[in-house]
Write a protein that binds this ligand. Structure first.
Ligand code: WT7
Length: 645
């Protein structure tokens, strides 16, 4: 690991909201007196009824409860839209860049206000009320932001499902929160290819029936409309007024549910609420990206992931920022697209994922160097550890050594960034997420939960709450407690491994549970296994991650077939397609090894440690295999390994 230090450039410290002295002072106050700190910063958003209580949280295993600003009331959409009308009505709120480079449009705050009001009235007209769950399955078009903010305006709880998930996954997520209304588009468009969103909704609705499907016209492709259930958005929009009063919501009323994968079972509905979430998303957006009025900010995530929620929509819009929304992919029409979009819209702040950086690095420097990128001031990274080579390329080639990189560590559960440099305050070390944001108290524990001090390595926990933290697993508070507060009682367990160096900098080393991170997308190995074993020819499956040059981790599946089935290449393809249709393309196994047996203990537990080593192609030191029921299976697994160097 590289320990080269990149000090804060003087001119960056000069223009930044905080320099190092200010960071240290604010951090100290935030952890010594959270009530005073957040009481003050809670005022950064508009409250209808101001809060009088700030923090009321308990990590006690027997009574986990998280409440912030609990007697305040507000409306999130009014904060993201209405409150900017007086000062920046004609400023771009959203710059939309289409999949096709000839398509883009600018939506001002005034226009955003109109669109959100209309969308909210369409939802009302379809009977959606405060507290109802609405599933959003849309491509990256402005209507995705309108729909989110419209839900927030009327107090409905949105649950966005990424457009790359299959009909089955969509059905599971519709059912999981008993949502009666789905918002989708006829088709999505990505890299010149059409994504059959409405057809997927039709299939999902066979398993999980809904009352209403609102369809936004994107491509004009041929789709089926079901009478009485499906309506065109543009037709409904013509029938409603463009005034919809924002509903007064309690700070702790739910804002959204977002399903995410864990180490066991089906995805969990992570629940975020209104007040604390918005305070935290907007504050981190301002300080981490050092956002100043007039800056053009671009986060390349999809709104189907939490990054899109907090750092395309809610954080930036609460701050009155100009946020760029991109429909396409980094390599279409060619691998210089990101850099061309930066020039086209004069982007100042650019936030993307290491997997994209590695892919574009592989495409060669000419594609970057032929663009100007002079508008850039700051670069960001999120989703997985960034390897120092990719960091250095991003810094030298994309940012021309002018732009600090903020490597931001956080999770769907955390609502916003927890560990990150602040550009004006933090000297950078490539590969390190560096230091905690205000109010965040990370700690490193060993397997027994003992706190490890100083320079050390172990499991990353957070010892106290911050306003953006998830409140519960939707409909299953016990699962929330068991997943995050049972491993180390009294502490929030992140699931990540972590090293802390002599300077107190944090280096995330990756998941320590059965969650893998494929191209920045989080996947439970158990989910892929259950998709595989649902195939009639599969008897048993075990899935692990292995290092992958571009994706960070690839998916390696060990598959035992039913008696008499032939282990052919055709069957491998069939299994990959099966997983794609069960979960979605993001879960496609990269490597499949047919294995007559899996390494199990005498009590029948699969020894994943051994499978991980073989998948990594490093099996010299497999550790203790003496507890295996049949040690011979290991030799067969090694002989037939699929990832040979
Ligand atoms: C997991 C959370 C939150 C944004 C997108 C992912 C990994 C995230 C970093 C980073 C090292 C990172 C962790 C984390 N991760 N950012 N900067 N450095 N690892 O959200 O899908 O909830 O995944 O992503 O392993 O636990 P998510």
């Amino acid at each position: 690991m590289s320990e080269t230090i990149f000090p804060v450039p003087a001119e960056v410290a000069e223009r930044a909201h905080v320099d190092n002295a200010k960071y240290l002072e604010m951090y100290k106050q935030s952890v010594e007196n959270p009530d005073a700190f957040w009481g003050e910063h809670g005022k950064r958003i508009d409250w209808i009824k101001p809060f009088s209580k700030v923090k009321n949280t308990s990590y006690d295993y027997h009574n986990v409860s998280i409440k912030w600003f609990e007697d305040g009331t507000l409306n999130v959409s009014a904060n993201c839209v209405d409150r900017h009308l007086a000062t920046r009505g004609d400023q771009p709120a959203i710059i939309w860049e289409g999949d096709d480079p000839s398509e883009s449009k600018v939506i001002t705050y005034k226009q955003l206000h109109h669109e959100v009001n209309v969308f909210a009235n369409v939802l009302h007209a379809k009977g959606v009320k405060k507290g109802d769950r609405v599933t959003i399955y849309l491509p990256m078009i402005p209507e995705a932001a309108y729909a989110m903010l419209a839900c927030a305006r009327i107090g409905a709880v949105h649950s966005i499902v990424f457009g790359g998930f299959s009909p089955d996954s969509l059905a599971q997520r519709i059912e999981g929160c008993a949502s009666k209304c789905v918002i989708t588009a006829d088709e999505g468009l990505r890299g010149g290819r059409k994504v059959p969103l409405k057809a997927n909704v039709d299939k999902a609705a066979e398993k999980a029936p809904v009352d209403t499907v609102i369809v936004v016209k994107r491509t004009g492709g041929d789709i089926k409309m079901t009478e009485g259930r499906d309506v065109w958005y543009h037709e409904e929009a013509d029938r409603v007024s463009d005034h919809c009063a924002p509903v007064e919501m309690n700070a702790e009323d739910p804002l959204f549910i977002l399903y995410t994968s864990g180490s066991t079972g089906q995805p969990k509905g992570v629940l975020h609420t209104s007040g604390g979430y918005l305070v935290y998303a907007s504050m981190t957006h301002q300080y981490v990206f050092d956002y100043h009025d007039g800056d053009v900010y671009w986060c390349t995530a999809d709104v189907g992931w939490v990054t899109g929620h907090s750092y395309i929509v809610y954080g930036p819009l609460a701050n009155g920022a100009t946020t760029l929304m991109f429909e396409g992919v980094p390599t279409y029409p060619d691998a210089s697209r990101f850099w061309q979009v930066i020039d086209k819209h004069n982007v100042n702040i650019f936030y993307t994922a290491p997997t994209a950086i590695r892919a574009l690095m592989g495409a060669g420097n000419e594609l970057v160097e032929k663009t100007s990128r002079k508008s850039l001031k700051l670069l960001g990274s999120v989703g997985e550890p960034i390897n120092p080579e990719a960091w250095t390329w991003y810094y030298n080639v994309v940012g021309e050594k002018r732009c600090p990189i903020v490597d931001t560590w956080w999770q769907t559960e955390t609502g916003g960034i927890l560990i990150t440099p602040l550009p004006g305050a933090t000297d950078l070390k490539p590969g390190s997420a560096t230091r905690p944001f205000f109010g965040v108290q990370p700690a490193i524990v060993d397997a027994e939960g003992n706190f490890l001090e100083g320079a050390t390595e172990g499991n990353l926990v957070i010892t106290d709450s911050w306003p953006g933290q998830m409140r519960t697993v939707y409909g299953d508070h016990d699962r929330f407690v068991q997943t995050y507060f049972a491993t180390y009682k009294g502490l929030y367990f992140t699931g990540d491994g972590c090293r802390r160096d002599e300077d107190g900098y944090y280096w995330i080393t990756g998941r320590v549970d059965d969650v893998i991170n494929v191209s920045g997308h989080r996947m439970g190995t158990a989910e892929v296994e259950s998709a595989l074993v649902s195939h009639p020819k599969v008897s048993e499956a075990a899935v692990v991650g292995y290092p992958h040059d571009i994706k960070g981790q690839g998916i390696y599946a060990y598959v035992t077939l039913m008696e008499g089935e032939e282990p052919t290449d055709a069957l491998k393809k069939e299994l990959v397609n099966h997983v794609r249709s069960e979960i979605g393309p993001i879960a496609s196994p990269d490597l499949i090894q047919f294995s007559p047996g899996l390494p199990k203990t005498r009590s029948g537990k699969i020894m994943r440690r051994i499978l991980r080593k073989i998948a990594e192609d490093s099996f010299d030191n497999l550790g203790d295999t003496s507890t295996l029921a049949d040690p011979a299976v290991v030799d067969d697994l090694i002989d037939n390994r699929q990832n040979r160097h």
